[in-house]
Design a binder for this molecule. Structure first.
Ligand SMILES: NC(=O)c1ccc[n+]([C@@H]2O[C@H](COP(=O)([O-])OP(=O)(O)OC[C@H]3O[C@@H](n4cnc5c(N)ncnc54)[C@H](O)[C@@H]3O)[C@@H](O)[C@H]2O)c1
Length: 508
């Protein structure tokens, strides 16, 4: 045992810790927990613009601690090592919540904050002889975005390829923190919470509410059967304190390791979303959309945003949501239980109730409706009934819906996004169809044992009467149009003239 730790045991005066990201969602919760314990002098380190206290915090525990000197605020940018050193000098413990913004697609910004920030914090801790560093990682570091995780434990390797930039950076930062364990007297460990929610949540709950407000919240992505682990924020911060105590007690088994942290109550992902949305008075998700389809729709929006800037949306966050929402991701917390003594202090049900209560300002109605039947029919389903069109629009027949959607997207791309004139698009499409038919026509009756169905010539025949009717209709419409134009040009009919002006105004 180190000398200063032995002295600390003899003289249990408060020890000093630093909470990086201490003004963020999880950081705030940890700061309050540490202050409640009464054993800590807490330095709250965060980017300068996040340091001010909210009006609601005027008489809070933090504000009292600040006035009595038990807590202090430090403006720190983790990209600048000298600022970190100033904040951590003389402290024994560092809790590190990094501040990557899920709402940005900026690769360099994220890298600098997550990976470079972790490097700077580690290096500063070693220089300042900090004893323990606990990093808030994420369960996302073992998720590749395409494979389910069923009761996964810490033996899961990092995926060789990530679908999500932020998870990739978090995995790199976590690995750096774990690798720096036991160098220059620094003990480290990382906690991997899964789907955190709670009071002050700046990610999951606001995202779900925005989704519901935009109308996209009606959709269940995938089968709707996938299960997930959720973690109430206070359980995450409780786990940080457990981890610090474990490292302090020289539980060598905890040092240099990562631990999954959950509420230990895996739940159906969509039932959880329903509980939150229902609790806040929004429509629960009911219409199922295949996950692939959702990804294509998102890709389409991305294309539109990049090309025309028409639709404003956060691509990374939505893509990440689709992955989380369509896969099973449950984790085994036995290691956290056995090695750092973690067990949840707030149950899932209680956490959901507290969260809904704390987000009353985002609720649709002042009085909340309660969660009832998950499988209730939506208004759209009742309206569209059970015909073929309804089957396609509501994704009841996935193959058919997918084919129609693909065909419509291709046509949209062909006519509007390719940059050609309309006439050129039509002629090229006709040319393509002719080539296609010609190619089909010269195929042999059997290819690799598969019979090729031949199209009979009658498929291309149009009855004489239909052609006659079509030509007559076109001629009639043409003549009527010309008649109107003539009247307009001669100023004979003022009614038509004003209607024409109104039409031009609307189309402008
Ligand atoms: N919230 C979740 O659902 C969740 C789940 C698992 C893991 N995590 C991880 O936990 C960490 C913290 O999450 P959170 O929800 O509290 O995030 P948050 O965005 O609420 O808080 C991050 C804090 O970091 C600060 N910050 C940003 N840039 C900084 C910089 N350059 N220097 C110093 N401080 C800076 C911000 O001001 C903010 O106060 C994140 O890394 C996140 O990946 C979060």
């Amino acid at each position: 045992m180190a000398m200063d730790d032995r002295l600390a045991e003899l003289n249990p005066k408060p020890r000093t810790c630093v909470v990086f990201g201490g003004r963020g969602f999880l950081g705030r919760s940890l700061v309050l927990r540490l202050l409640k314990l009464g054993k800590w002098i807490v330095r709250v380190a965060d980017s300068t613009q996040s340091l001010h206290l909210d009006p609601s915090e005027r008489d809070s525990l933090l504000s009292q601690a600040l006035s009595s000197g038990i807590a202090s605020l430090h403006g720190v940018d983790v990209r600048d090592k000298s600022q970190i050193i100033t904040a951590i000098e003389g402290s024994s413990v560092v809790f590190y919540f990094d501040g990557a913004d899920l709402r940005t697609d900026d690769f360099y910004h994220c890298y600098m904050i997550v990976v470079q920030g972790a490097k700077n914090v580690i290096s500063a801790c070693r220089e300042c002889k900090v004893r323990r560093l606990i990093y808030n990682s994420s369960a996302d570091v073992v998720f590749d975005g395409s494979h389910d995780i069923n009761n996964g434990d810490e033996s899961l390797p990092y995926p060789w390829k990530f679908d999500d930039m932020l998870s990739d950076f978090k995995a790199q930062a976590e690995a750096l923190v774990l690798r720096s364990n036991d160098i220059d007297g620094l003990l480290t460990c990382a906690l991997r919470p899964s789907n955190v929610f709670g009071h002050g949540d700046s990610h999951l709950v606001p995202f779900l509410v925005n989704l519901a407000k935009s109308g996209w919240g009606k959709f269940i992505i995938g089968s709707g059967e996938n299960r997930s682990d959720f973690t109430y924020a206070e359980n995450v911060t409780h786990a940080h304190i457990c981890a610090e105590e474990a490292l302090d007690n020289r539980m060598v088994s905890a040092a240099g390791k990562a631990f999954f942290i959950t509420n230990l109550e895996p739940a159906n992902f969509w039932e959880f979303v329903t509980l939150i949305l229902d609790g806040l008075g929004y429509q629960r998700p009911l219409v199922k959309v295949p996950a692939k389809m959702a990804r294509y729709i998102l890709l389409f929006f991305k294309l539109m945003t990049e090309k025309y800037g028409l639709i404003k949306h956060n691509h990374s966050m939505s893509a990440h949501y689709i992955q989380l929402a369509s896969h099973t991701r449950t984790f085994d917390c036995t290691a956290a239980r056995n090695q750092i003594g973690y067990s949840p202090v707030v149950s899932l049900e209680e956490g959901v109730t507290l969260t809904i209560g704390s987000f009353s300002h985002l609720a649709k109605y002042s009085s909340f409706t309660s969660y009832s039947d998950f499988n209730e029919q939506s208004k759209v389903e009742k309206l569209l009934g059970s015909g073929e069109v309804a089957d396609i629009l509501l994704w009841r027949d996935e193959k058919k819906s997918f084919t129609y959607f693909l065909a419509l997207s291709l046509l949209f791309y062909w006519f509007f996004l390719c940059g050609r004139t309309f006439a050129s698009s039509v002629s090229k499409l006709l040319l393509l169809v002719s080539f296609g038919l010609y190619g089909y026509g010269i195929l042999p009756p059997k290819i690799l044992g598969l019979t090729v169905k031949s199209l009979s010539l009658s498929c291309f025949e149009i009855p004489k009467m239909v052609v006659k009717d079509m030509i007559a209709t076109i001629a009639y419409l043409w003549n009527r149009g010309v008649g109107y134009m003539r009247q307009l040009a001669q100023g004979d009919d003022w009614d038509i003239f004003f209607k024409g002006i109104e039409l031009c105004r609307c189309s402008c």
